[in-house]
Design a protein around this ligand. Sequence first.
Ligand code: SF4
Length: 109
Amino acid sequence: MNNRKVARRTFLRTSLVAATALPLGAIPLTLKAGEHVDEADPAASALGYRHDTAAVDGAKFPQHAPDQVCDNCQLFQGADAEGWGGCAIFPGKQVNAKGWCSAWVKKAG
Ligand code: SF4
């Protein structure tokens, strides 16, 4: 075995040991779940986003129907165990599965 192969093996072995030795706290924050969308955020407010579809202002958003929720919206990316999940409209944030905004699109299927 030549020196190059030995060096490569040593590097791979060292990298594997280092990776398995990382404490959980060293995992980048970007891998953790996003924060919840703030209803008062200008973008969320402009779209009428509410964490609870029952709280939508029907006068301001007459297209809203009570059975429309993030969970049955095409743009919802699936809820976690607590009922929150990603949405294509709010990248990096989470919306409530029972929420709604005026970008709601009926989920296909
Ligand atoms: S686009 Fe759909 S999933 Fe996203 S906040 Fe609006 S209703 Fe909810």
